[in-house]
Design a protein around this ligand. Structure first.
Ligand code: CMC
Length: 422
């Protein structure tokens, strides 16, 4: 059977045969037959915008791989920084490469004093940390003006290091500012996640040593959140990057996309939902209300996964390790009941709605003491490496300026009417 599609323009009987390559067909080939007729695809539901070799998702089978490596193996054996290297470089590092990479990242964690003192402190005291983060990432472009030179390999690489390194520092600074605590400088003697926890929680002690189980949990969650192919924020990164904006401006756009509750904001929305439900007895009536169209189950459903999100399985198990240290999050029982009720209900089963990664991450972060406003920030830190991997890949491809078409449904031409005559 030929691996191709034939389409016929019924207006004139002309046909064109287009090969199916890697599970896709070229829209440019279709356009040769039907110039001026656009593919109508809101939300890019059926459009592949690029070729990519960074991650592979099979939504029906619940598979996620970074550069070919199953997410389960990376979560068990790797570290976030090693995964970031893998995403950016395409291969796992040798011991010497890993050491060099960790050294580079560690020595770029400081942020310019003006970012903190003048820029961040200019915000209102109750500013949402994601709002601060979006703005601070954009502001970094003014501190590194050479970043505009995106086709110089050394300059480009330097910004990749800076962005991955500085995100935890900016994130922790945003938190400290919002609670009126003094800024904590990075401690280069600590691991990447332990340093973040130090910048978050250190008070008067000379050195903050995070509980190893909690630092490990953060590391695993960052591995799981590092990359997820053409998600909304990565698409924002690619769209803005396609205009050859500097990486800080592109990353700020991606961070802004992540802020939305349908995307990275879902972990915060999920905890708020569990608090609103309040007790296990209220679960059935809440689920009934969702079925009647009164809101959605936060942390449920996914554009790509039509089975259990493989990341959610890992997070569910990780939660046990964290709760062994912190004590159980009282919302866990409500979450488990909600999962049980939903997974036994035809509404959710028929729509293939399963828990996604955000269903359990908020429970862990809350048990560790992170305020809800920080949950999406905790997602942005590791996703930065995925964004940058896509940005780099896109610039190395023969990429075009992202500029979709539209189906115009407005008025036909009409004459202007002076204001007094309307
Ligand atoms: N609760 C209840 N019903 C839902 C949900 C939900 N969470 N998600 C989808 N549905 C229903 C929806 O009402 C629709 O029903 P019908 O066919 O009767 O109209 C059907 O399922 C298909 O929904 P859709 O909106 O067409 O699906 P989508 O692919 O556009 O939505 C989603 C994907 C993630 C936006 C959606 O599932 C959702 O809003 N989930 C809650 C928010 C959330 O958890 N987001 C985090 C996603 S994972 C992390 C990330 O990648 O950022």
């Amino acid at each position: 059977m030929p691996e191709s599609i034939t389409i016929t323009d019924n207006r004139n009987g002309e046909s064109i045969e287009i090969p199916i390559v890697d599970g896709g067909v070229s829209a440019a080939e279709w356009a040769k037959l039907i110039p001026g007729i656009w593919f109508y695809d809101p939300g890019f539901m059926t459009t592949a915008v690029t070729e990519s070799s960074i991650s592979y998702v099979d939504g029906d089978a619940g598979i996620l791989r970074y550069r070919g490596y199953p997410i389960e193996q990376l979560a068990e054996h790797s570290s976030y920084l090693e995964v970031a290297y893998l995403l950016i470089h395409g291969e796992l590092p040798t011991p010497a490469q890993l050491e060099g990479w960790i050294h580079e990242i560690t020595y770029h964690t400081f942020i310019h004093e003006n970012v903190r003192k003048r820029f961040l402190e200019g915000f209102h005291y109750d500013a949402h940390p994601m709002g601060l983060l979006v703005s601070a990432v954009a502001a970094l472009s003014t501190f590194y003006p050479e970043a505009k030179d995106i086709f110089d390999p050394d300059i480009r690489y330097k910004q990749v290091i800076r962005l991955i390194a500085k995100m935890p520092t900016l994130a922790a600074a945003a938190h400290r500012f919002s609670v009126g605590m003094p800024f904590v400088y990075p401690d280069n003697s600590l691991s990447f996640p332990a340093n973040f926890l130090s910048m978050m929680w250190k008070t008067a002690e000379p050195r903050f040593d995070a509980n190893p189980a909690l630092a490990h949990a953060v590391d695993v969650l960052w591995i799981l959140h590092a990359e997820h192919e053409q998600n909304c924020s990565t698409t924002a990164m690619r769209v803005v990057g396609s205009a050859h904006a500097d990486p800080y401006s592109s990353c700020a756009a991606a961070t802004a996309a992540l802020y939305g509750p349908l995307h990275g904001g879902a972990n915060e929305a999920c905890i708020r939902m569990l608090m609103e439900i309040g007790s296990m007895e209220n679960v059935p009536s809440f689920v009934q209300a969702v079925k009647e169209g009164k809101g959605r189950l936060q942390g449920f459903g996914h554009r790509v996964y039509k089975s259990y999100d493989p990341r959610a399985k890992i997070v569910r198990a990780l939660a046990e390790d964290v709760f062994a240290v912190t004590g159980k999050n009282p919302l866990l029982d409500i979450a488990l009941k909600l999962e049980e009720v939903a997974l036994a209900d035809d509404y959710f089963v028929s729509r293939k709605l399963y828990p996604n990664v955000d269903f359990f991450t908020g429970l862990i972060y809350q048990a560790m003491g992170f305020p809800m406003e920080m949950f999406t920030v905790l997602f942005a830190i590791p996703r930065t490496s995925g964004w940058l991997a896509h940005w780099t890949e896109m610039l190395d491809q023969d990429s075009k300026l992202a500029r979709p078409r539209q189906i115009y449904t407005g008025h036909a031409e009409r004459d202007y009417v002076a204001v007094g005559e309307r």
